[in-house]
Design a binder for this molecule. Structure first.
Ligand code: HEM
Length: 414
């Protein structure tokens, strides 16, 4: 039997999405008492879904495609055009493998070591002044991203790199001047990187043959051809930009340290650190939804999905789904002791499989960077928080606290 999906009344809900932000989908799924409903966004019929079974459906490659799923204005700022996010099938697997092959134990350990070194350097330089964690983390992560990928850079250029990379994720959802600023930053960064990749191909730039930048420059597609240099630049930015974006989570880690000192007291083992980090990724909002399009008409649980329909999976809502999480709105790292891990019930960085699906290529790296940072702040540093406005908005992307989280009197422990 066929039923119609509950449908949001009205012509377009884009403004409500901007206003309700991370709660847009769950406000409606609660009202309709349905985890799947239809609405209109940016002038287009759109299906929204939230929940574990719904995530499993969303990540079924036979039913959904990523081609043309991301709005143009997000591509021109956040993702770039022609990158892994919009590929399907064999082409996607092959391109994704280019990313996943970097995420080895050695590669991840190298990143953690760089992060620790950069934090130490930052603290030594600023022990007498206040440190704004969000700004400091962006700087450290940009430097770490350039070092880890092997992109040659001058220390003096790091602030400019940091600004360009963060424009892409800070301003992606904005309109007007900020949107154009983000486009311009992307265009400049792509041009700079495309130039470097060309020089690597012509052997006129010196980079290590083991480095990710070399690997991307020389990557061959399924037909044995080098990637278009512009697309290779987009993919290199798919490493640099989100590494810098880990600053958003670092800010939330420090906010959690401020807000839940009783949980910080409990941190004894590496496992405790891991659970604290997982709870930060579950609890705080960051990446709101993942987009796809229906491949061919199908029915699921009585609902009709029509070919081509834009479909959004609510990542934040699934991480706060009371069917999955007990008291979802309270911060409880211990919940991860008993967590029944599935690829679909905890999806801050997307769900499903890494290799054949679009789950975030950098999830392991993100977890390691956050663990290293929390361990450093809790076990290797003494510091105090200043008086500040730590509130954040549920309709801001990314929703970093206004003050950016400020600490003072930071000293390395002897
Ligand atoms: C994809 C979140 C960090 C590289 C994604 C997706 C999300 C996400 C939600 C899309 C999932 C989907 O479409 O189904 C995040 C968050 C991060 C983060 C919140 C924290 C800062 C990173 C890092 C890297 C990275 C550090 C690289 C080192 C990628 C790539 C994709 C991706 C390449 C595309 C994967 C594909 O389309 O197959 N990420 N990510 N991300 N992420 Fe991340």
């Amino acid at each position: 039997s066929e039923t119609h999906m509950p449908k949001d009344k009205g012509l377009d809900h884009t403004l409500k999405l901007l206003d309700e932000g991370y709660r847009f989908v769950t406000n409606r799924s609660d009202k309709f008492e349905s985890r799947i409903f239809e609405t209109r966004l940016l002038g287009e019929k759109t299906i929204c879904m939230v929940g574990e079974k719904e995530a499993e459906l969303f990540y079924d490659n036979t039913r959904f495609s990523r081609k043309d799923a991301t709005p143009g204005r997000i591509q021109k700022t956040l993702f770039g055009e022609g990158g892994v996010q919009g590929l399907d099938g064999a082409e996607h697997h092959h391109r994704k493998a280019m990313f996943m092959s970097l995420m080895t134990k050695a590669g991840l350990e190298e990143m953690s070591a760089i992060i620790r070194e950069e934090w130490e350097r930052e603290i030594k330089q600023h022990s007498n002044t206040e440190i704004q964690i969000y700004q400091a983390a962006k700087h450290i992560l940009t430097q770490a991203a350039l070092r880890w990928t092997g992109v040659p850079y001058q220390e003096a250029d790091v602030p400019e790199w940091a600004d360009q990379l963060s424009d892409m994720f800070e301003e992606a959802g904005t309109v007007g001047w900020n949107h154009w600023q983000a486009r311009s930053s992307r265009a400049k960064a792509e041009e700079r990187i495309a130039g470097l990749l060309e020089r690597i191909r012509k052997k006129s730039a010196e980079v290590s043959k083991d480095s990710p930048v070399y690997h991307f420059a020389m990557h061959r597609d399924l037909d044995g051809e080098l990637l278009d240099v512009q697309i290779a630049a987009v993919e290199l930015l798919n490493l640099l930009r989100p590494i810098t974006a880990i600053a958003v989570y670092i800010d939330f880690v420090l906010l959690a340290v401020y807000d839940y000192p009783e949980e910080v007291e409990k941190l004894a083992s590496e496992e405790d650190i891991q659970h604290f980090i997982q709870e930060v990724r579950r609890f705080y909002p960051f990446f709101p939804v993942a987009p796809a399009r229906v491949k061919e008409d199908f029915n699921w649980n009585g609902y009709t999905f029509e070919e081509g329909t834009l479909t959004l999976l609510d990542l934040y809502g699934t991480n706060h789904d009371p069917d999955i999480w007990d008291r979802p709105d309270s911060f409880q790292p211990e919940r991860f002791q008993a967590w029944k891990e599935s690829p679909f019930n905890f999806i801050p960085q997307g769900g499903g499989e890494f290799n054949i699906g679009h789950r975030c290529a950098g999830e392991w790296m993100t977890i390691d960077v956050l663990k290293t940072t929390l361990d450093f702040f809790v076990n290797n540093l003494s510091f105090e928080f200043t008086e500040q406005d730590l509130s954040y908005e549920m309709n801001d992307i990314p929703p970093v606290p206004k003050s950016g989280v400020i600490i003072k009197e930071a000293q390395l422990k002897k």
